[in-house]
Write a protein that binds this ligand. Structure first.
Ligand code: PGA
Length: 250
């Protein structure tokens, strides 16, 4: 069985003053039955790691550079994120693909860099609304998965895959439960075809895109949904905790 994961993605939100949300989160979940992660702006990782020391909360990042070091002004290497305390990194988020022109080959290179630095990768895939309307959802997701994993003969250690339909992110819209189930079944089959059934069975598949307390339980009831990648509703402990509770009782 895959681990069940509730992962927050603060995106470009938060300053050190907001880290009291971490204290609230760890106090609310002293011994969680699911894995809890918060992927933070890089500026907050070190202090958040210190605050979460000894607690069941993993601190993560939202991106890394594909190279281990060098002349890349403004970028951050995977090993630097790990040095700051990150244990996890989101890769290939649609906002990176849109804002920074990241393609599947670059996402694959970043995946390699993350693995080399010992970071657990959360690989994001998802279709645009135009792709869904054109009936190309599975084709697009298959391309993204294949592109990122092309150079991996064996599965990246600790791989987590997040299905995030671009049109559901931050919009309040979510796919139907059948649509979520169709993509998650497809992801499991694709990973099985690439790495075998035993390996694929252990890969946590997260759904992301407008997950909130009101819809979390029904989403977690969909087969092959092992957790969520949560944006807006991860910023406040009072929103994130009910999502964690819904996953725990799913
Ligand atoms: P959202 O973002 O929950 O605010 O829709 C999800 C994500 O982009 O990871």
């Amino acid at each position: 069985m895959p681990a069940r994961i509730a992962a927050g993605n603060w995106k470009m939100n938060g300053t050190r003053a907001d880290l009291d949300q971490i204290d609230a989160l760890t106090a609310a979940h002293p011994a969680p039955a699911v894995e809890i992660m918060l992927c933070l702006p890089a500026t907050l990782i070190a202090e958040a790691t210190a605050r979460a020391a000894g607690q069941a909360l993993r601190i993560g990042a939202q991106d890394c550079h594909a190279q281990p070091a060098g002349a890349h002004t403004g970028d951050i290497a995977a090993a630097q994120l790990a040095d700051a305390g990150a244990q996890v990194v989101i890769l290939g988020h649609s906002e990176r693909r849109t804002d920074h022109g990241e393609d599947d080959a670059l996402v694959g290179a970043k995946l390699r860099a993350a693995c080399d630095a010992g970071l657990r990768p959360i690989l994001c895939v998802g279709e645009s609304l135009a792709e869904r309307d054109a009936g190309k959802t599975l084709e697009r997701i298959g391309t993204q998965l294949d592109g990122a994993l092309a150079d991996f003969d064996t599965m990246p250690a600790g791989l987590v895959v997040a299905y995030e339909p671009v049109w559901a992110i931050g919009t309040g819209r979510t796919p139907s439960l059948d649509q979520i189930g169709e993509v998650h079944d497809f992801l499991r089959k694709q990973i099985k075809a690439r790495y075998g059934g035993a390996t694929a069975a252990d890969v946590p598949l997260l759904y992301g895109g407008s997950v909130k307390p009101a819809n979390a339980a029904e989403i977690f009831g969909v087969p092959n949904v092992d957790g969520a990648l949560v944006g807006g509703a991860s910023l406040k402990e009072s929103d994130f905790s009910p999502i964690i509770a819904a996953l725990t009782s799913s």
